[in-house]
Unconditional design. Structure first.
Length: 294
């Protein structure tokens, strides 16, 4: 009833909430993306997106179509694998950024992948994005889900986000004193960005907590020790974006991307399958950025 190419395009637009980004991800022209969505909406008989010149949002029917589209595409892939006799095997070394430690849907995607590909030996490494990039370049990982600086071109874009300052509810900063920072150790991307913007704006700072674990940073932030930089769509429970009146400078954007290794041909099939699962479920890994308090 529904064309799979149109369903894949629909998922890409739903995950990025941008026809331009979806076209870039799929390697299609933006006009083709618009055509796929229009034809799918004609087949459904209902609009799936509310869109204007500034933003794209899913309608209630679009939200419903998300689940149907995934189910249809998953069933097609299982049927194709069954009848072609192809079963993925081998070892897949997968690295994921610390950002996803507390994302509830991340384990669900991995669990589904293991259920669909029981003969793939999946090895998960959780670490800082900068460290994962280095391990991938050294041939020690086959696939990485991590951050990159906004504007960089390497990797396959999952979604774009905005960095924000977060802290415990009710936290107030004294602008006459150095900014108390809760940070990852080098080569943390959020650490580097925080120091860059504070230096650019002449704001003094001091590190009050350093931890290689996101859980450690969250504990320090919940205790009110200071502020940390985090992706707006992944703000941990118990923490909130800081109010604009706090006087902290804007941090800019960050991209979440998939990066493939090139060292082990035997891992390409499993890596491609997991990458496809992450792309299909990318919208479940994050949420809309919470608004900063006034």
């Amino acid at each position: 009833m529904y064309e799979t190419s149109q369903l894949r395009t629909f998922l890409a637009v739903a995950q990025t909430l941008s026809f331009t980004q979806a076209a870039r991800r799929l390697g299609l022209r933006q006009s083709t993306v618009s055509q796929h969505v229009r034809r799918l909406e004609e087949a459904v008989g209902r609009p799936l997106f509310n869109r204007d010149t500034h933003r794209v949002d899913l309608t209630e029917d679009g939200e419903a179509m998300l689940g149907f589209a995934r189910t249809i595409l998953d069933a097609q892939e299982r049927a194709a694998a069954y009848f072609t006799g192809t079963r993925l095997r081998g070892r897949l070394r997968f690295g994921a950024s610390e950002d996803f430690v507390l994302a509830p849907r991340f384990p669900e995607i991995l669990e589904s992948f293991r259920r669909e590909h029981p003969e793939v030996d999946l090895e998960l490494t959780v670490g800082l994005s900068g460290t994962l990039h280095r391990r991938l370049e050294a041939g020690r990982l086959d696939l990485v889900l991590a951050k990159r600086r906004s504007g960089d071109a390497h990797g396959e874009l999952l979604w774009e986000d905005e960095l924000c300052w977060i802290g415990a509810p009710g936290l107030r900063l004294d602008q006459r004193r150095p900014v108390p920072l809760i940070v990852f150790p080098p080569p943390g991307i959020t650490r580097a960005r925080a120091l860059e913007v504070l230096e650019e704006h002449g704001r003094p700072w001091r590190v009050v907590c350093t931890s290689g674990s996101l859980s450690g940073l969250i504990a320090a932030a919940r205790a009110g020790l200071g502020v940390m930089v985090h992706a707006g769509g992944l703000v941990p429970p118990g923490l909130v974006p800081l109010p604009a009146r706090g006087g902290l400078p804007e941090l800019g954007g960050v991209d979440f991307v998939l990066l493939h290794g090139r060292g082990r041909p035997a891992a390409q099939g499993p890596a491609d399958a997991l990458a496809a699962a992450l792309l299909a479920g990318g919208d479940r890994l994050h949420r809309a950025r919470p608004a900063a308090r006034a």
